[in-house]
Write a protein of this length. Structure first.
Lengths: 423, 84
């Protein structure tokens, strides 16, 4: 079992990378640590695709998918299958709201019907062998059993630059103070339809604020907001958390931090729902019915690539002959648990992420996609979203399927494939 | 009548800029719409808590409406109608 391409991590980026590589004819293996695919969009109950659409050039412009190929195919299929509903204009951007539970099933089917692609769930990478600037062997692990593989190329879509750590390749990690705060999302059933209509979300917010002031809810409840999901009778409560614990400052790769936010997320979301059930008629029968597999992490380690995407690249909508994926989401800073701060490009145009940002600086056969690609802290606040992750995954998958070693020539090949998909 | 001096729309706008919407333009006027500038329910929740913390003004959940929180003028009118 030695695939041409091994993809690590089955989130939006990894699924897109695996399908794209398989469609280029590469024998492809996708490994995922949890029991289903979809990453943040399923496991963490993130219920909207951001960065899927172009920035609207005018307030009345119709939404247009920002990248050809798999992002466009996913949008079309989710709408056709009723997993998502018409795109929603939120301020200056469009998002696609979806049902996380059904998205997991969609990803299963998308992958299993793809020839040349094999998926292994509950599988993680635990070791690598590096020889002359290439990863020549990887060790995979499932519940105590390990085995070795010798893939030709590897795509790291782990979100945490797992492969960089294992291969001792340079990577970066922002200081805890700057790191984007995590979120804990739960699904709630039996909330009355009118409980979130009109001005009601403000009244819900006011009820929570009052309870915090009266010490009936902990201060962390101030990070709460509610959104109706596409699923009938279900709403999502998203709780932005500070992440810092008495034991350590927030670090999305530290087991102590992760344990703290998972437990605090559950404690506070259940307390909020209990309080609303007792305080507001529309919430009288509310129940938390869906828990996330894991808290939502917005930022983690990133690779040092051949190139590093910057804040200015996003804000100036830069693109050059290496551009292989369009980034259209504003820089969304969440350095506190008090809501986002958005920095928009000066003109409503996409930044073209260059292939050099999807390629390890010192390892010839390693590509990177999703939130751990090579970018500064500020640029990551744009490119981390799921719509963009689909696009960087697709580009990394096409690149990994090729045997062309030169980045400029490879970028040309990837752009050719993408341009054929557009036709 | 409240016992303390009235809070001006500009003081409210300063509070909103400082706590919830850091990117409000310098010339943001008393009638300019907070919601169009990105205020959402979570921001309103923060504001309710800051209004009490800074000015000892308690806003009740029933008073939370888009009309009351629309701009500096409407929010100043709401809090000035309250006893400190």
């Amino acid at each position: 079992m030695n695939p041409d391409v091994l993809v690590i991590g089955g989130g939006s980026a990894g699924v897109a990378a695996a399908i794209a590589a398989a469609r280029q004819g590469a024998d492809t293996l996708l490994v995922e640590r949890h029991g289903f695919l979809g990453g943040a969009g399923t496991a963490s109950l993130v219920h909207s695709f951001c960065g899927l659409y172009e920035l609207p050039p005018a307030p009345d412009s119709a939404p247009r998918v920002a990248n050809p190929g798999l992002p466009a195919e996913l949008e079309r299929e989710l709408l056709a299958q009723g997993i998502a509903h018409d795109p929603l204009r939120m301020g200056k951007v469009d998002v696609l709201m979806h049902q996380p539970q059904r998205l997991a099933l969609f990803y299963d089917q998308w992958c299993t019907k793809q020839v040349n692609l094999k998926v292994l769930l509950h599988t993680e990478i635990v070791a690598t062998v590096v020889e002359s600037g290439r990863i020549t062997e990887v060790t995979l692990h499932c519940r105590g059993a390990s085995w070795n593989l010798h893939p030709r190329s590897i795509v790291d879509a782990s979100g945490d630059a797992m492969l960089a750590v294992l291969a001792k390749h340079p990577w970066e990690h922002p200081p805890s103070k700057e790191m984007q705060r995590p979120a804990y999302i739960v699904g709630i059933n039996n909330v009355a339809a009118e409980a979130l209509g009109g001005d009601e979300p403000l009244k819900v917010a006011g009820t929570i604020a009052k309870a915090i002031q009266e010490k009936k809810l902990p201060p962390e409840a101030a990070g709460a907001h509610f959104r109706r999901s596409g699923a009938l009778n279900e709403i999502f409560l998203t709780l932005d958390l500070p992440g810092d614990s008495p034991e350590c400052a927030f670090d999305s790769t530290d087991a102590r931090s992760l344990t703290w936010i998972e437990m605090q997320g559950r404690e506070v979301t259940f307390a909020i729902v209990d309080h609303l059930r007792a305080s507001l008629d529309g919430f009288a029968n509310a129940r938390i019915t869906t828990l996330p597999v894991r808290a939502g992490i917005r930022e983690s380690r990133s690779w040092i690539g051949e190139r590093v995407l910057t804040e200015e690249d996003i804000l100036e909508s830069r693109r050059d002959e290496q551009a292989v994926a369009n980034a259209t989401w504003p820089i969304e800073l969440r350095e506190t648990a008090r809501g986002p701060r958005l920095l928009y490009p000066r003109e409503p145009k996409a930044c073209g992420i260059p292939l050099g940002c999807l390629r390890a600086r010192d390892l010839q056969n390693v590509f990177v996609a999703g939130r751990c690609l090579s970018a500064t802290h500020r640029a990551k606040a744009s490119i981390r979203v799921m719509g963009t992750a689909l696009a960087t995954g697709q580009a990394a998958g096409i690149a990994a399927a090729s045997i062309e070693p030169n980045t400029a020539a490879l970028a040309h090949q990837v752009r050719q494939v993408l341009s054929d998909l557009e036709a | 009548m409240s016992a303390t001096a009235d809070i001006s729309p500009n003081t409210i706008i300063e509070l909103v800029r400082e706590t919830v919407l850091p990117d409000l333009p310098a010339d943001f006027g008393a009638e300019a719409d907070f919601f169009e500038s990105g205020l959402d329910s979570m921001g309103v929740m923060q504001l309710v808590m800051f209004l009490e913390e800074r000015f000892s003004k308690k806003v009740e959940p029933t008073e939370l409406s888009r009309a009351n929180f629309r701009n500096g003028s409407t929010l100043a009118a709401l809090v000035n109608g309250k006893a400190a």
